[in-house]
Write a protein that binds this ligand. Structure first.
Ligand SMILES: [Zn+2]
Ligand SMILES: [Zn+2]
Length: 421
């Protein structure tokens, strides 16, 4: 896909007609504004014909899956953009280090410092910094997609199951008319969560990772209520039905509902923030996504889940070539002045290298022998450590910067385009 924006810089429908793009660029009728994902801007006026584009977001604490799909009037559903974003997981660690250093420093100083530990108020809507960072990253990722595609609808998953629906099966409303089959998937996800995703018979000792939800009494007599269901691993489940083992006598039937309100603070906050920014935001549940993915026999990937969340799970990539933009969020600043450990002789090592070393910043995208890498380490000797997102190094992490060519400057996200089988 080549992403296109009009003369004013507003995104319009992308194209997979690469020949046309080549001609436009050659004749000076368009210019390249971004290399990854490849985006051009038209330099002549055009009519903004847009189709509805549905954006599915698989929000998560470690990864975000993104999928933008569309369906033309007389064409099949196609995938316009798919991405897998790896989030930062170092916030807790960094803040703990800072707190430790600060405490040590304030203990050391002998001047009197007023006690201020108890005068900080956490405002309404306060979130832990690690969660706040994740939500902000989610929003940035969505905003970045809006820069290249005219998205008309966003759908996010807010929770794995719908607790209201389980508590009150006769609940009315369009979103609740989904049939018995899907209802069972909902209860199933709840039961798995209630049982901590562990087999209630062997408590995980069998090492079988496949989990089944077993009806204690048969479905016919006991029904599909959570108190008739129990999580068993596949091994224990088959052993039980063969009559080799018995269920533990004291199984918790889960008659009272485990509180699910504190679950997924991140995803709910993200959903609410999205609604403030974008006009057409919808939500769905994890069990629906899972059902769609499994019934379509799709592999378990974050971008696939996102595709199942979007309006057109049947969408395929143009030319049948699955292109995924792998992204990694990295820190933009490093404000720590010194390294933690003090060197021999009492020297404190500066924490940061120069802002620019030999013309490069940390995480700049560079090209070496026709392949793209990111600058992961810079040495004043001029020998750099360049890597791909998978961590593949070049020449054991030491390559002369004279052999590199700058592709794109760092912007907080490392983006790599990959063709997946
Ligand atoms: Zn088991
Ligand atoms: Zn069973």
């Amino acid at each position: 896909m080549v992403y296109v924006s009009n003369q004013d810089g507003q995104p319009i429908m992308p194209t997979s007609n690469y020949a046309k793009v080549r001609v436009l660029l050659k004749n000076g009728k368009a210019k390249v504004v971004k290399r990854c994902p490849f985006t051009i801007q038209l330099l002549y006026p055009c009519d903004n014909e847009v189709q509805p584009i549905s954006l599915g977001v698989d929000a998560g604490s470690k990864h975000i899956g993104i999928s933008a799909t569309t369906k033309g009037e007389n064409t099949g559903a196609i995938v316009l953009y798919e991405a897998d974003v790896t989030l930062r997981n170092d916030i807790v660690e960094l803040l703990s280090t800072r707190r430790e250093n600060r405490r040590a420093r304030r203990n050391r100083k002998t001047r009197y410092r007023k006690a201020r530990f108890n005068n900080r108020r956490k405002g309404e809507g306060w979130l832990a910094p690690s969660i706040r960072e994740k939500i902000d990253a989610h929003l940035t990722v969505i905003a970045n997609v809006h820069k290249i595609l005219p998205i008309t609808k966003i759908t996010v998953e807010t929770a794995q199951f719908d607790i209201q629906k389980i508590k009150n099966p006769d609940i009315q409303g369009i979103e609740y008319q989904q049939g018995e089959q899907l209802d069972f998937w909902n209860v199933r996800e709840y039961v798995l969560w209630r049982d901590n995703h562990t087999c209630q018979c062997c408590k995980g000792k069998s090492k079988d990772k496949v989990l089944n939800v077993h009806h204690i009494e048969s479905r016919k007599t006991g029904g599909n209520a959570p108190n008739n269901l129990i999580t068993l691993c596949e091994y224990c489940h088959s052993q039980y039905h063969q009559g080799n083992i018995k269920l533990p006598k004291t199984i918790k039937r889960g008659t009272s509902f485990k509180d699910a309100s504190f679950m997924d603070v991140m995803r709910w906050n993200f959903y609410n923030r999205l609604k403030e920014i974008y006009p057409n935001v919808h939500m769905t549940y994890g069990y629906i996504t899972k059902n769609t993915r499994i019934s379509r026999n799709l592999p378990k990937e974050h971008y696939i889940d996102a595709r199942c969340i979007s309006d057109y799970p049947e969408a395929i990539h143009p030319w049948n070539k699955t292109v995924v933009y792998y992204q990694k969020k990295v820190r933009c600043h490093n404000r720590q002045i010194h390294k933690m450990s003090i060197l021999k002789g009492g020297n404190r090592k500066l924490n940061q290298a120069e802002y620019i070393v030999k013309g490069y910043r940390l995480f700049d995208k560079v090209q070496y022998h026709g392949k793209n890498y990111f600058v992961f380490g810079r040495r004043t000797s001029g020998f750099f450590d360049i890597r791909t997102l998978d961590g593949e190094k070049v020449n054991k992490g030491s390559i002369s910067c004279k052999k590199l060519r700058l592709v794109e400057m760092t912007k907080g996200f490392l983006i790599e385009r990959k063709v997946v089988a």
